[in-house]
Design a protein around this ligand. Sequence first.
Ligand SMILES: *[C@@H]1O[C@H](CO)[C@@H](O)[C@H](O)[C@H]1NC(C)=O
Ligand SMILES: *[C@@H]1O[C@H](CO)[C@@H](O)[C@H](O)[C@H]1NC(C)=O
Ligand SMILES: *[C@@H]1O[C@H](CO)[C@@H](O)[C@H](O)[C@H]1NC(C)=O
Ligand SMILES: *[C@@H]1O[C@H](CO)[C@@H](O)[C@H](O)[C@H]1NC(C)=O
Ligand SMILES: *[C@@H]1O[C@H](CO)[C@@H](O)[C@H](O)[C@H]1NC(C)=O
Ligand SMILES: *[C@@H]1O[C@H](CO)[C@@H](O)[C@H](O)[C@H]1NC(C)=O
Length: 286
Amino acid sequence: MLKFVLLLIYLNLVLGDIECPPNYLLFEDGLCYQFLSEAAVHKIPGQHKCESEGGNLPKISGILQNAIVTNISLNATDVTWLGLTCSRDDTCIWDDGTKMNYSNFDSGLADVSQGNCVFINILPAKRGKWSSADCASDLKDVICQTNQKSLQPNITCPDTYIKGSDDRCYLSPNFKLEFNNAENLCSETASNSHLTSISSREENNATQLISQAAHFTDIFIGLEAGSKGYVWIDGTQFNYPYSYSNFEDGQPNIKVGNCVAMNVTTGKWKSICCNQKTSFVCLQKC
Ligand SMILES: *[C@@H]1O[C@H](CO)[C@@H](O)[C@H](O)[C@H]1NC(C)=O
Ligand SMILES: *[C@@H]1O[C@H](CO)[C@@H](O)[C@H](O)[C@H]1NC(C)=O
Ligand SMILES: *[C@@H]1O[C@H](CO)[C@@H](O)[C@H](O)[C@H]1NC(C)=O
Ligand SMILES: *[C@@H]1O[C@H](CO)[C@@H](O)[C@H](O)[C@H]1NC(C)=O
Ligand SMILES: *[C@@H]1O[C@H](CO)[C@@H](O)[C@H](O)[C@H]1NC(C)=O
Ligand SMILES: *[C@@H]1O[C@H](CO)[C@@H](O)[C@H](O)[C@H]1NC(C)=O
């Protein structure tokens, strides 16, 4: 208990200068949570609901976090989804692509015979324990989790880069290149610059706005299908179809090509041949 109190004091000190996005509350694990009631939902629409609020379904990395999510879930009338997917009873992956290193399954392990998705229980006998379910089960309420925002000093972008509506630094070179050449050009213009990665609606919006301002119609984004499936070329985690993505209906279609383009009018993504010379946007990460 003393440890817990000290942790709270410590967190209050280090968390002094941060704030949560609108509608979120800050909890003791330093993350922000929002409870959405009557959101409806199968697992994937639940995740989309959270993304539209700038968050994700909860990821739980330890006992304290499990207690926090359990506590929030008591606001629900029913069990709520976690951002976890299991392909076998002992193989579960969080929606951000990281491996599960803490778990609290009711029966010790996931039970994929019940389904690949996971919810957290609220009934007293199983409170805080996790259970497997079909991803198409209808759960009523959704808990979203997100990182707090630091009240950082203004970000300054490298020369020729401009700040997007998401505070990231973008460059929109005024010519078309094949995917590999576009990526090379990005990496030559600034350190840590790559074809843009996109992991939220806000970032998709910002990339779209930058591209519209440059009068592009289609742009390569830094997403490419390889032997291990889709990866962001700048190393951002991606776990298709659970991570944020914004494909048009019927896409991706790998037969068309391994690269991905955004239609700048709609902001939607589609497969494209990597050798097709296309406009592109570079993203510099600090
Ligand atoms: C849960 O409900 C309580 C009581 O209505 C409220 O104070 C609390 O903020 C709610 N938690 C979240 C995360 O919304
Ligand atoms: C699990 O990994 C996260 C980082 O991804 C770490 O913060 C956390 O402490 C780890 N939890 C356990 C129980 O090892
Ligand atoms: C859980 O909720 C109770 C009552 O709202 C509160 O006293 C307790 O500190 C909460 N625990 C955690 C870990 O948030
Ligand atoms: C950040 O820049 C904006 C516009 O340039 C300015 O209005 C604002 O005061 C700056 N904020 C900080 C913390 O420097
Ligand atoms: C996306 O951009 C439009 C303006 O083009 C804005 O109205 C909307 O709120 C933005 N959405 C998000 C999630 O940032
Ligand atoms: C982008 O989408 C719009 C609306 O579906 C379509 O009219 C347009 O042709 C598309 N642009 C390109 C370059 O494919």
